[in-house]
Design a protein around this ligand. Structure first.
Ligand code: 3PG
Length: 410
């Protein structure tokens, strides 16, 4: 794949695809983690005299976090200490004229790429390159730099469409992410522990299945809704209230898949021995084998319990490699952050090479000041897709671009 240092960017126009899709509250961005992660690439391009045209998505149409990129421009300007102009257009005449008038070292950000209908669907490269987005923008750019690791599991025009039309180069973040994930996945050191939490149950099941089948994991610790599904699949009762909640979220349909994985790998998949429920606003712990489990009929599971935390900690401290994705509970509420914070702290304190990802996980380590994790990934879905052993369309596109242009640009 092409690397940034191999090119002379002076006076060249670069379309830089990043993933600045960030959590929002009351219409305001509440974490700048993904902005900071791509700064080295932007600074490198600016210092080397490129005209930098940034593109990102933010949310999905009709979702609460779907917005313009005006605030993104403001945050970037602050972090870069340089004005980043917000251009209220994507590939129309206004955007193209603006790009043509840029000077070396200038940076602009286009409107939310998902405001264009073409960007919302996943299509193969051949289809993506026929879009007006790719055709029109190609007229005014020389190179494409892709640093959107967190969107690497999407096959959309801005992410893969230029691969055969312009040299597409990996950004520094993309390079760092791929390197860390490969190191964890292919490491020969043992034991390798995977900690799977959060709400992305379907993807997490695929990861568990893949890493156990390929012998890339020795043990899987579960938390969040992933744990609920495996606990049910093991034959435990999670109570009326919790089962209803899972049904509403469409999670019961994954129980069969979890059972299938357990048929083959039961001893290697650990589920919580106790949970914490929301007992009228208070944290109350419930042991799955005690009389108290009756509480699960009426109160919602919000976290793993302290006995589970202790057991998980012991396993993590002996690990040589830890891969973690998603929180152990509803960490946004102080009283239910315990499981997530303690498990993540154990990962940080262990001597293992550790990779932790998922938008919410990053937010929790930022909030609780947890330091010492070897690599904090900006990717949630992208990271899970990687560990599920599936191809990432953006990496494939970077390879295709390299094969197509390697003779021309060298
Ligand atoms: C993410 O946050 O996982 C990425 O930005 C991808 O977003 P998407 O799931 O809306 O494609």
């Amino acid at each position: 794949m092409f690397r940034l240092e191999e090119f002379n960017f002076h006076n060249k126009t670069v379309f830089l695809r990043v993933d600045l899709n960030s959590p929002m509250k009351d219409g305001k961005i509440i974490s700048d983690a993904r902005f900071r992660a791509v700064l080295p690439t932007i600074e490198f391009l600016v210092e080397n005299g490129a005209k930098v045209v940034i593109g990102t998505h933010q949310g999905k149409p009709y979702s609460d976090d779907y917005s313009t990129t005006e605030e993104h421009a403001r945050i970037l300007s602050g972090l870069l200490n340089q004005h980043v102009e917000y251009v209220e257009d994507i590939f129309g005449k206004y955007a193209r004229d603006k790009i043509r008038s840029m000077k070396p070292g200038e940076v602009i950000i286009l409107e939310n790429l998902r405001f264009s209908a073409e960007e919302v669907k996943n299509k193969p490269i051949e289809e993506c390159e026929k879009t007006f987005f790719v055709r029109k923008l190609s007229e005014v750019i020389d190179y494409v730099v892709n640093d959107a690791f967190a969107a690497a599991h999407r096959s959309q025009p801005s992410l893969v469409g230029f691969a055969r039309i312009k040299p597409m180069i990996m950004g520094f973040l993309m390079e760092k992410e791929i390197e860390a994930l490969m190191k964890a996945y292919y490491s020969k050191e043992e034991p390798k522990v995977y900690v799977l939490g959060g709400a992305k149950v379907d993807d997490s099941l695929k990861v568990a299945e893949n890493v156990l089948k390929k012998g890339r994991a020795d043990i899987i610790l579960t938390g969040g809704l992933v744990a609920n599904v495996f606990t049910l699949a093991k034959g435990f009762d999670l109570g009326k209230k919790n089962i209803e909640f899972m049904k509403k979220k469409g999670l019961l349909e994954h129980v069969k898949h979890a059972e299938k994985i357990l048929d083959e790998f039961y001893p290697y998949i650990r589920t919580p021995a106790d949970f914490a429920v929301d007992y009228e606003g208070e944290r109350v712990e419930v042991d799955l084998l005690s009389e108290r489990r009756e509480l699960l009929n009426n109160y919602q599971i919000m976290d793993i319990g302290s006995r589970t935390v202790e057991k998980y900690r012991e396993i993590i401290m002996k690990a040589k490699v830890v891969v973690a994705n998603g929180p152990m509970g509803v960490f946004e509420r102080e009283e239910f952050a315990f499981g997530t914070v303690e498990v993540f702290k154990a990962i940080a304190e262990s001597n293992a090479f550790s990779v932790l990802g998922g938008g919410h996980s990053i937010a929790s380590i930022q909030k609780y000041g947890i330091e010492g994790i070897s690599h904090v990934s900006t990717g949630g879905g992208a990271m899970l897709t990687f560990f599920a052993g599936e191809e990432l369309p953006v990496i494939k596109a970077l390879q295709i671009s390299y094969e197509k242009f390697k003779e021309v640009v060298r």
